[in-house]
Design a protein. Structure first.
Length: 390
């Protein structure tokens, strides 16, 4: 039962019921059990799944009182999610796509990514983790993958009280990188290591669009991971040269292998601290025609936003310093707690402090296989600003 005055967000179909919104719990539901959410007047609001170990005490999955959260529900949700990606043309057998995107697909706490004929599953809620024995066979039946691999997000696992270990859920794990194609470019993806589920699928369309702006330029690609922005710019539009930097030697090894795989000898990748290298390049007055900033998440909660904004500000200020007049800045943030307005104000301050005009040419988000649901704005997390620095 909700506290008085707390019902509105859930009538508006937000799926997270925090512990502080709850007045009392009737009965003794076990973690992972289906419960009903009612108002302080005992009127039905929604049906969800309980977790006494999490601040998100209930995750809501239906606002239809007649709908039971059973195998038929999960099958229908999975089928609906997969059909969207098929309609987008993201189901090519040699490609990669996000098949299930948590709240945006009505499956709060479940992510499923496809890389060629393998699936990577992330269960970031106890509700979905406790139903993997049901969900995975459904995925196997629908998609017939060679293997299904479980990846974990450690912070979310702790918050949800999960005790899962990364493992193979079905079939067999690949013995090496899985090779996919995106916009005709080949990439090796390590499913058992690296960032996220192995590849930044959310930047798919941003890489394609940014390539057109970076054509023919000497570019610097910071936090380059497997080199995807550099490879897209070279393969789709041609660049003069590109230098990619990442703090992970494993990522640099993968980026170099991807460059070789696609026959690009003018793409160079080096291990290093991106903050320190950018500072040094600014001091040395080294100039680039284009610069890509795609750093990791700096703010994991609201309390981390001020520090995150300082980090983004420093990076973008130094980036502007090393750009030639008329240079292109592709600057990204995957911190969901940092809003688009926050980022625009930040760029405004960077322009004032550097005395360089910044023209925002495009404000972009994640690829359409990461849809945004207006009832849960947390699904909009990625910002990609393509700018011209005068």
């Amino acid at each position: 039962m909700l506290r008085k005055g707390k019902v509105r967000p859930f009538l508006a179909r937000h799926p997270w019921v925090l512990d502080r919104a709850i007045e009392r719990v009737e009965g003794q539901p076990a973690d992972g059990e289906v419960v009903e959410l009612v108002s302080d007047r005992e009127q039905f609001v929604a049906r969800g799944i309980f977790n006494g170990q999490s601040k998100i005490r209930v995750r809501l999955y239906t606002w239809n009182q007649a709908e039971m959260l059973d195998a038929d529900t999960w099958r229908e949700r999975l089928e609906t999610a997969i059909s969207l990606r098929q309609s987008l043309g993201y189901d090519r057998p040699e490609g990669g796509s996000r098949l299930v995107y948590s709240e945006a697909d009505g499956l709060s706490g479940l992510v499923v990514d496809r890389f060629a004929d393998y699936l990577v599953v992330q269960a970031t809620s106890l509700a979905m983790a406790s139903r993997l024995d049901m969900l995975v066979p459904l995925l196997v039946q629908m998609l017939e993958p060679r293997g299904v691999v479980l990846r974990l997000e450690r912070d979310m696992s702790r918050a949800e009280g999960l005790t899962l270990e990364e493992c193979v859920l079905a079939g067999a794990a690949p013995t090496g990188p899985v090779f996919i194609q995106e916009h005709g470019i080949r990439y090796g993806v390590e499913l058992g290591a690296g960032q996220k589920t192995g590849f930044y699928l959310d930047q798919r369309e941003n890489r394609r669009v940014a390539a057109g702006y970076l054509a023919g330029r000497k570019i610097l690609d910071l936090f380059c991971y497997c080199g995807a922005f550099s490879l897209a710019a070279q393969s789709l539009a041609g660049v003069h040269t590109s230098l990619g930097i990442d703090s992970s030697q494993r990522a640099i090894t993968l980026a170099r292998a991807n460059a070789q795989l696609n026959g690009h000898a003018n793409l160079h990748f080096e291990e290093g601290d991106c903050f320190a290298r950018l500072d040094r390049l600014a001091v040395d007055a080294v100039k680039f025609g284009g610069l890509v900033l795609d750093p990791p998440k700096f703010a994991r909660n609201r309390t981390g936003v001020p520090e995150a904004l300082r980090a983004y500000h420093h990076l973008n200020r130094q980036a502007v310093q090393v750009l030639e007049p008329g240079g292109i800045l592709v600057t990204c943030s995957c911190s969901g707690h940092v809003s688009r307005d926050d980022f625009l104000f930040l760029l405004s301050d960077v322009a004032q402090r550097t005395k360089r005009d910044i023209q925002v040419l495009e404000m972009r988000g994640a690829a359409p296989d990461h849809p945004v649901t207006p009832t849960c704005l947390e699904t909009e997390y990625l910002k990609c600003f393509i700018c011209r620095v005068v």
